[in-house]
Design a protein around this ligand. Structure first.
Ligand code: AP5
Length: 217
């Protein structure tokens, strides 16, 4: 299975990609998580990406395409779900070309839709585990013990780009550069819009309803 989850910051891409990966045994490939790992390890790529990420801008396409192509080459046979990539029409075109060269394509594109007001509330309340990448929300999805990851007991952190000011920049970037990716895919294949404003369990149920037939469930 090759799946793309599109959506604005805070739409729930990371939350639902984790559930998809668990349910169908595919790899969760998050460009944002890979970049944050590179930053934590102090690599050249991480250093180059830092300024763009903290300002809510996109990291240049050439860096991202190289990074994600490498990740996709290492995907397991069960496939993958892409989270945060592609994010420009150029990135989408490069991905399409590389999949076509391997006689493949994307099996399903899902577009998570949320209202801008919901985005700001979700992002400013998000807490993340720097160890396992677990995602929580202080109100909507709190950990069992305040500030501590349920899975590995690591203290949770707030991402540096999760302030209200940077979120508004990220939303602007999304409308300018990533919304056209939805139109790009609509020209190639069906894109399933999912209302992601509701409860996470209800949103996941709609996503699974779409993906189960693809997985033969
Ligand atoms: P990235 O990490 O991809 O950030 P993003 O796209 O802005 O998405 P988020 O991770 O903020 O949100 P999400 O949709 O995953 O929501 P989540 O599930 O966490 O990218 C970061 C930066 O890296 C970019 O700004 C850019 O600089 C760079 N970058 C990455 N990819 C790039 C690319 N391809 N090209 C160029 N640059 C790139 O949920 C958010 C919160 O809401 C959580 O607290 C969660 O618990 C809660 N929540 C989720 N769903 C629900 C629900 N249904 N109800 C209530 N609460 C919910």
């Amino acid at each position: 299975m090759r799946i793309i989850l599109l959506g604005a910051p805070g739409a729930g891409k990371g939350t639902h990609c984790k559930r998809i990966a668990e349910r169908y045994g595919v790899a969760h490939m998050s460009s944002g998580d890979i970049l944050r790992r590179e930053r934590a390890e102090g690599t050249e790529l991480g250093k180059k990406a830092q300024g763009y990420m903290d300002a809510g801008a996109l990291v240049p396409d050439d860096l991202i395409v190289e990074m994600m192509s490498q990740a996709i080459r290492q995907a397991p046979p069960a496939g993958y779900v892409l989270d945060g990539f592609p994010r420009t029409v150029n990135q989408a075109q490069v991905l399409s070309k590389s999949l076509a060269a391997q006689d493949g394509g994307i099996d399903m594109v899902l577009d998570l839709r949320v209202d801008d007001g919901v985005v700001v509330e979700r992002i400013t309340g998000r807490r993340s585990c720097p160890e396992c990448g677990g995602v929580y929300h202080v109100k909507n999805m709190p950990p069992k013990v305040d500030g501590i990851c349920d899975k590995d007991g690591t203290p949770l952190i707030q991402r540096p780009d999760d302030t209200e000011e940077v979120v508004r920049n990220r939303l602007g970037t999304y409308y300018r550069q990533t919304q056209p990716v939805v139109d790009y895919y609509k020209e190639q294949q069906p894109v399933y819009e999912i209302d992601a404003n509701g409860d996470p369990g209800a949103v996941a149920a709609v996503i699974f309803e779409k993906l189960d037939p693809l997985a033969g469930k």
